[in-house]
Design a protein around this ligand. Structure first.
Ligand SMILES: Nc1nc2c(ncn2[C@@H]2O[C@H](COP(=O)(O)OP(=O)(O)OP(=O)(O)O)[C@@H](O)[C@H]2O)c(=O)[nH]1
Length: 466
């Protein structure tokens, strides 16, 4: 009987071994870099595969005894990538999608992923404004040092149904604080190394309960092979994969290419908790909009991550944020209100976010943000854990976008109501972010870019019907 591809890592039924059958697992050291992440994944996969193979041997089933995950039947109807190494899938992003070059942006060498000239103008203008002392580069550099050392461990992963699909919610603990930071992951192939790592004495049921995989591990292995090929600059994936020989449409090639997108550049949002904006729909800030918009954009692409950090009130907590709100109602802006309460304008660091992305195997990304400080901190200076932010995607409030753009999707009356509600409150907030915190926002409605989200290099693959 030919073996078939299982695309659901958790769908394979594995009979839990009796205690005697259980193979002792060597603990996998916590990965410290992307390379280590994949090495750890492979080690985990091989150990579990070995374990699974022992189990199936003992149960007389040989269907999982090889890595032959591509069957003849599954190959015949698939479109074939044009060349051996699929260069069209890795084609550089079109020039018109990148408006701000490193040369244009002295404080920021991350281009903007949008097609508007206005955007690069506004960025240059913003960069001439001096950020507040609380946000200057010294703080960023100190934070980067700390960030490189942060360890994040995924405790559990669960599937959450979402309109039009599902995502996986991951709960993380870090050694920085005792909060439950989250990763909202779209895409079945983005996996946590620390979640998958075997834990002493656990059964398959234990693994299932915490959301780690127990079967069908071929994908993890293949994923790792493809990733290693990329890491060593060897794009000849075909020589690294077990079953790619013909020039006929081949799911193995398609699959290998899709694996590469793990180290390509998915959309990522690093989002800070905001109870008021997200849960009770406050329009004092744009946080609720930004979270919803990030989810919409990432779901549209089919894969990507929102790292949801428990940094309420830019790190000062809800209690202090509400005091700051009262000061704002007395006429102070968000920066001054924080300073009057003896807090920095922004108390956040991004070590946890970097550690979580590393754990998820993401080293290259497109970042949804307007915040230069966030980009600088995330990038980091430590070469071994450097994040490659290929561009940033502006998070422009919908009500600032040109008529006929995204705003046109709202009904006219809703649009007017939104405008009326937010103009006085949220616009004041956004204006302060731009003027005093160096956020890359332009107030002129006519300058707001109509945002074009560049497709991930491999997204063509996902849009093909397989
Ligand atoms: N201290 C304080 N925090 C606020 C206020 N309004 C919103 N926040 C918090 O600010 C955080 C969001 O940060 P923002 O500065 O809006 O945006 P950002 O994440 O830095 O930048 P983007 O990536 O462009 O969204 C959330 O944790 C909110 O709870 C406020 O008036 N005072």
């Amino acid at each position: 009987m030919p073996s078939t591809i299982s695309t659901d890592l958790d769908s394979a039924t594995v009979v839990p071994p009796t205690p005697d059958e259980r193979m002792p697992m060597t603990p996998i050291p916590k990965p410290t870099s992307v390379k280590a992440h994949f090495n750890a994944s492979l080690d985990v996969a091989l150990q579990l595969l070995q374990k699974q193979s022992n189990q199936t041997k003992s149960s007389g089933d040989d269907s999982t005894s090889s890595l032959s995950w591509a069957s003849a039947e599954t190959t015949k109807d698939l479109p074939r990538p044009r060349t051996k190494n699929f260069p069209e899938l890795y084609a550089a992003m079109p020039d018109d999608l990148i408006t701000a070059s490193a040369a244009d942006t002295p404080f920021l060498d991350t281009p903007t992923c949008c097609n508007s000239r206005a955007s690069s103008t506004s960025i240059s203008e913003q960069q001439q404004q001096k950020p507040t002392d609380a946000l200057d580069g010294v703080k960023g550099q100190q934070d980067q040092k700390e960030a490189a050392d942060t360890q994040a461990t995924c405790q559990v992963r669960a599937r959450i149904p979402y309109p039009g699909g599902h995502f996986y919610l991951h709960v993380y603990h870090t050694d920085e604080d005792d909060k439950e930071h989250l990763a909202i992951v779209f895409g079945d192939d983005i996996r946590s190394a620390t979640l998958e790592a075997p834990r002493d004495g656990e059964t398959d049921m234990d693994r299932k309960i915490r959301g780690a995989s127990t079967g069908a591990l071929q994908q993890l292995v293949t994923n790792d092979i493809a990733s290693r090929a990329i890491e060593s600059d060897n794009l000849d994936i075909q020589s690294s994969l077990p079953m790619v020989h013909s020039f006929e449409p081949d799911p193995a090639e398609m699959f290998a290419a899709s694996r590469l997108s793990v180290v390509d550049a998915p959309l990522v949002r690093i989002h800070s908790e905001c109870f008021t904006g997200e849960t009770v729909s406050s329009v004092r800030c744009d946080c609720g909009y930004q979270l919803a918009e990030a989810m919409r954009l990432i779901q549209q692409e089919g894969r990507g991550v929102i790292v949801y950090l428990r940094q309420e009130g830019r790190g000062i907590g809800l209690l202090e944020k509400l005091k700051a709100y009262n000061l704002q109602d007395m006429g102070h802006d968000t920066v001054d209100a924080n300073l009057m309460l003896n807090h920095p304008a922004d108390a956040r660091t991004y070590g946890a976010a970097r550690a979580i992305l590393s754990d998820l195997g993401i080293s290259k990304l497109r970042l949804l943000t307007n915040n230069k400080d966030k980009i600088a901190q995330l990038k980091g200076s430590d070469v071994s854990s450097k994040l490659d932010i290929v561009c940033h995607v502006p998070m422009y409030p919908r009500w600032w976008q040109k008529e006929g753009g995204e705003a046109a999707q709202l009904s006219y009356s809703r649009h007017l109501a939104l405008k009326r509600d937010v103009m006085s409150e949220a616009d004041r907030y956004l204006r302060t972010k731009a003027e005093r915190m160096g956020h890359m926002l332009s107030f002129e409605e006519s300058l707001a870019p109509s945002i074009v989200i560049p497709r991930a290099p491999t997204s063509a693959l996902f849009s093909q019907k397989i």
